[in-house]
Design a protein around this ligand. Structure first.
Ligand code: SF4
Length: 71
């Protein structure tokens, strides 16, 4: 599964990193660090929780990526 963080929408709520610290990183100001890449299968559930928890809808999950193909 691919995760994309749009930092232009991020308002620094830090909910994503609280739910999935292995997926989302924050900068010194508490804003999400830009990320666009595959998430390890064991981190997918937490990553999706972060997507739903973001009040700014700054995170997008693409389940059609090659990492999750065949599931
Ligand atoms: S939850 Fe959303 S707004 Fe908050 S830090 Fe993460 S990406 Fe930014």
């Amino acid at each position: 599964m691919r995760i994309m963080v749009d930092t232009n929408k991020c308002s620094g709520h830090a909910r994503c990193a609280a739910l999935a610290p292995h997926v989302y990183a924050l900068d010194d100001q508490g804003y999400a660090v830009p990320f666009d890449g595959e998430v390890a299968p064991e981190d997918e559930k937490a990553a999706v929780a972060g997507v739903h928890a973001c009040p700014e809808r700054a995170i997008t999950a693409d389940r059609r990526s090659s990492a999750s193909a065949g599931r």
